[in-house]
Design a protein around this ligand. Structure first.
Ligand SMILES: Cc1cc2nc3c(=O)[nH]c(=O)nc-3n(C[C@H](O)[C@H](O)[C@H](O)COP(=O)(O)OP(=O)(O)OC[C@H]3O[C@@H](n4cnc5c(N)ncnc54)[C@H](O)[C@@H]3O)c2cc1C
Length: 447
């Protein structure tokens, strides 16, 4: 199939210049938008510093370079489904929402999606972007193959079989190993999901055991809070009608209708946005009626601006067993966060083996913050948040804003040195090094 991807994100944000939220101005000297592999080869081989750009939804400088940014948004939007092998090969620049539509029409599904479908497959995989679910790994964990263009313009096909010692290091590559031109993802037969939102989870349900029950009661569960009460404001439940992912103590059974109350939280009478001032029409269906995976797993609909749009984001992944203690440590900061916080989201991510995945080796809880665009206010609060989370060894999301020192972040990834060596082998001249991933190969993360 060959159509051309849209050159802009569908909510009207432009290509390059700044990131999607207009909170980070790329320092790159130029932007290339090749329309074919040959053109891409010429761009990459013809410049001493280059980095691939996805749909520009990262808040950190992770995509940036002092050379040329190259967007794959105008490359052919190829999707090749192998129903028998249960895989799909997809062009790197395609958005998850577009891919999901193709899969749904073929009776197939992705196991996980992020909160928004607007992000590119390659850009999301490169930063270990995740959704939620005690049994759901990050989106990159579905990758079974990568097609990678190196600095000399050579295209390599990389699978676990072809590169057994390197594959787990290459998938979450932060854009530092080359330009990914296509990915092959594992898919599964289509399944249906019921979604509903529950309000006011009481504070006495936030001990670790109760949190495990709440977060494990459905395939994918998210908690939203502004830290202004001792409870949680919203609980988003995404329940697979085949029962997959609902833990043994779950009050949800098979394809039964969703109940009016879950663990003390009552079902919202009307659809609701995680940011209460924003229109619920931007969100996916919350009626409790079954629907396809891609119309329930993301919180936001492809046709609308996700989240607020006027925001900065931060997120930290910690071992899940510390979630209750971490939430208790953050709650006293509620009054400090209040003026600069739209909302916080708590999710779960299952452990994986990908060297630079934030959930590598740890079943994780993810503590997310959607801040206002008051950059100075956020910069004042962030150290307090990071101080409160420090006892839990947080790994910051690569695509979001954080202040933790580079050597501290590195120390939280057992394979960080192996990744530096990998980058040295695949990109010895540092052509793909960037603002957060400097030419000094030891500094694979900000320092
Ligand atoms: C409203 C909103 C909601 C979000 N929700 C979530 C969420 O639910 N879960 C979550 O984990 N994150 C979330 N994020 C963060 C987002 O998923 C990540 O920042 C993701 O990396 C963005 O992908 P992108 O396509 O915009 O890539 P970009 O931000 O453009 O780039 C990210 C990285 O990918 C690399 N890259 C891009 N394309 C290629 C390629 N072809 N080859 C090699 N490297 C490449 C870049 O070099 C860069 O290092 C959200 C962000 C926003 C704005």
């Amino acid at each position: 199939m060959a159509e051309t991807n849209e050159p802009t994100t569908h909510d009207g944000r432009g290509v390059a210049g700044t990131n999607w939220s207009r909170t980070y101005a790329y320092r790159a000297r130029g932007l290339a938008e090749p329309t074919s592999l040959d053109e891409l080869r010429r761009v990459v081989a013809g410049t001493d510093r280059v980095r691939a750009l996805g749909t520009q939804h990262s808040f950190s400088p992770i995509a940036d370079t002092d050379g040329t940014l190259v967007s794959l948004g105008r490359m052919p939007a190829e999707v090749d489904i192998d129903a028998e092998a249960r895989t799909v090969r997809v062009a790197a620049g395609m958005r998850y929402g577009d891919l999901a539509g193709h899969l749904d029409r073929a009776g197939l599904a992705l196991g996980a999606m992020a909160s928004l479908p607007h992000i590119s497959v390659a850009g999301s995989v490169a930063t270990a972007t995740h959704g939620s679910g005690v049994t759901n790994r990050c989106l990159a964990a579905a990758v079974v193959g990568l097609e990678l263009l190196d600095a000399d313009g050579h295209l390599h096909t990389i699978t676990r079989q072809s590169h057994p010692d390197e594959f787990d290091g290459m998938v979450v590559g932060l854009g530092s190993l080359g330009v990914v031109t296509a990915l092959t993802l594992a898919v599964e037969p289509a399944y249906a999901v019921r979604q509903a939102v529950y309000l006011d989870l009481p504070g006495d349900r936030l001990d670790q055991e109760s949190l495990e029950t709440v977060l494990g009661c459905a395939y994918s569960v998210s908690l939203f809070t502004r830290w202004q009460t001792d409870g949680v404001d919203q609980v988003w439940i995404k329940h697979r009608t085949d029962g997959v992912g609902a833990g043994s103590g779950s009050p949800l059974h098979g394809d039964d209708a969703l109940p009016v109350e879950i663990l003390g939280a009552r079902r919202s009478a009307a659809p609701i946005h995680p940011l209460p001032a924003m229109p619920a029409a931007h969100c996916t269906d919350q009626s409790g009626e079954p629907g396809p995976f891609h119309e329930r797993l993301p919180h936001f609909r492809l046709e609308f601006t996700p989240s607020s749009g006027d925001e900065i984001q931060s997120e930290y992944l910690i071992p899940r067993e510390h979630l209750s203690a971490a939430m208790a440590a953050l709650r006293p900061l509620g009054h400090l966060m209040d003026p600069v916080l739209h909302v916080s989201e708590v999710r779960t991510v299952a452990a994986d083996d990908l060297w630079l995945s934030m959930a590598q080796g740890r079943d994780s809880a993810a503590l997310h913050f959607t801040w206002t665009q008051d950059a100075a206010g956020v910069a004042a609060v962030l150290p307090r948040v990071e101080e409160a989370l420090a006892p839990f060894a947080p790994r910051p999301h690569w695509g979001k804003v954080f202040g933790i020192e580079g050597d501290v972040v590195r120390g939280r990834y057992p394979r960080a040195d192996d990744f530096a060596a990998l980058a040295g082998r695949w990109d010895p001249r540092g052509v793909f090094a960037g603002a957060m991933v400097e030419g000094e190969r030891a500094a694979v993360i900000p320092g």
